[in-house]
Design a protein around this ligand. Structure first.
Ligand code: 5GP
Ligand code: ZN
Length: 114
């Protein structure tokens, strides 16, 4: 855990959030500024900033984030259309430096994203 990291603190329940899923490796919570009727952030407990900071040992962990997204999308009846997004780096819009997968659903989405 990085003691200065917002999402590490949320995972450790040092900062409140609406947690919707957690296990020993990952946790998920409602985004504070939702961009869709469902907007959940899915994080590894392990602190790393972006996808390119992960290595071969993180393969299963990265897969788990996707499977948690699929589970939540199924539970919330989002299967007609949902989106998973990872913003990597400020140029892609990343504002919190702890890897997180956005799960967005409940509305129609355009392509390409902005
Ligand atoms: P990024 O821009 O890094 O891809 O996504 C960061 C997300 O974290 C944003 O959608 C933002 O609304 C959300 N966020 C930032 N601070 C907090 C917080 O304190 N609590 C929660 N629940 N979400 C946050
Ligand atoms: Zn962190």
């Amino acid at each position: 855990m990085d003691p200065n990291c917002l999402f590490c603190k949320i995972g450790a329940k040092q900062i409140p959030a609406k947690l919707v899923y957690e296990d020993e490796a990952a946790f998920a919570f409602e985004d504070i500024n939702p961009q869709a009727p469902t907007h959940i952030l899915i994080c590894p407990r392990k602190h790393f900033v972006a996808l390119h900071d992960a290595g071969p040992d993180d393969q299963a962990l990265l897969g788990e984030l996707q499977l948690v997204a699929a589970k939540l999308a199924t539970e919330r009846n989002l299967l007609p259309g949902y989106r998973t997004v990872i913003n990597n780096g400020s140029g892609a819009g990343q504002s919190v430096s702890h890897l997180h997968l956005h799960l967005l659903g409940g509305r129609n989405f355009r392509w390409p994203p902005g």
